[in-house]
Design a protein around this ligand. Structure first.
Ligand code: TRP
Length: 340
């Protein structure tokens, strides 16, 4: 019996932070270790180039960093195929054929792309590659005949677009060689979304409000000590607020079953007054350290031999390419452009 295929990936534009960890990495490792799926995880460097064309050095550095992040959280190249998008030319070729099945108006309607265009302030100079990236994402997904694509809610329009392309292609060329994928989304809007240290709804590189998987213990300590709590909780004896207090929010996310009694007691004490922020932060630090210390250690270990990390990526890319080449060949036959 063949296993359902999962494809997921990230744009390599920096290192991964706790938001990525809570929102997707943890889940990927769980899915990998369930052993029920065949998983492909990839670094979407070509997608990153669509809005960072002049920063190819940054993207190159990010490839090494994100690969280390992957390995250190427990993605395992002996179980999952980890690869780099740009090393699979078949993906660009598929994109080319799919482009003819998608109108410009359809691309311009994509809500996520619209938001990004506004955020990035492209003005009149939207790179055409950027507008087209949802089509290249469809190529990523279909090349591996992925059944399931675990992504955040902001990626729904990309899955929808991919499904449309699959239907259109299969219809146009009277084939069933492409598979319609399903998105695997977080259970609810808030789930898997980690706010920033400053209380902003989202942890992000541009806001500078994140803890990185690569941060050392001292950096994590400083960041936790700077976390947004309750601005009206001035003296220790003042009653404090739990809602919107990042320390308690993070405790809810990172606390395990066995921590629940302690967390509950702290919440009550804090609300009553008499519990200072330094104490709650020290406790959070312990909880975070339990999770992050092993990741940090593994990261340092893998980082000793970057040659080996890139070897792993090369091998992953080779086996991914074989899969994509098979799909491309089916696509070309369906289109009747297999001339020789
Ligand atoms: N668009 C995704 C992001 O910004 C990255 C990505 C590119 C992706 N191709 C994909 C995710 C295919 C899942 C499947 O995070």
């Amino acid at each position: 019996m063949t296993k359902p295929i999962i494809l997921t990936g990230d744009r390599p534009t920096g290192k991964l932070h706790l938001g990525h960890y809570v929102g997707s990495l943890k889940n990927r490792v769980l899915l990998q270790n369930e052993d029920k799926y065949q998983m492909f995880v990839f670094l979407a460097d070509q997608q990153a180039l669509t809005d960072h064309a002049k920063e190819s050095e940054m993207i190159r550095d990010s490839i090494g960093n994100v690969a280390l992040d992957y390995l250190s959280v427990g993605l395992d190249p002996s179980k999952s195929t980890i690869f780099i998008q740009s090393q699979i030319p078949e993906l660009a070729e598929l994109t080319m054929y799919y482009m003819n099945l998608v109108s410009l108006a359809r691309l311009e309607r994509n809500p996520t792309v619209k938001t990004e265009i506004a955020q990035k302030g492209f003005g009149e100079s939207i790179p055409s590659g950027f507008l087209v990236y949802p089509i290249s994402q469809a190529a990523d997904i279909t090349a591996f005949k992925a059944n399931l694509v675990p992504v955040g809610n902001d990626q729904k329009p990309m899955i929808e677009q991919t499904r449309e392309i699959v239907r259109s292609f299969n219809n146009t060329y009277k084939t069933d060689c492409l598979i319609e994928p399903e998105g695997l989304y977080p259970a609810n809007e808030g789930a898997g979304r980690l706010p920033g240290l400053d209380g902003n709804a989202k942890m992000s590189k541009s806001l500078g409000n994140g803890i990185y998987l690569s941060d050392d213990a001292d950096t994590v300590r400083k960041k936790v000590m700077s976390m947004y709590t309750d601005p009206n909780h001035i003296k220790v004896e003042d009653p404090g607020k739990i809602e919107g207090n990042m320390v308690f929010h993070y405790l809810d996310i990172f606390g395990r079953q066995e921590d629940q009694a302690e967390i509950q007691a702290m919440k009550e004490h804090y609300q009553k007054g008499g519990l200072g922020d330094v104490k709650t932060k020290r406790y959070l630090l312990e909880i975070l350290d339990r999770e992050l210390a092993p990741i940090r250690e593994r990261r340092l270990e893998f980082a000793k031999d970057m040659g080996e990390v890139f070897n792993m990526l090369e091998k992953g890319s080779q086996s991914a390419q074989a899969v994509a080449a098979q799909t491309l060949s089916e696509v070309k036959s369906a289109m009747g452009i297999n001339y020789f």
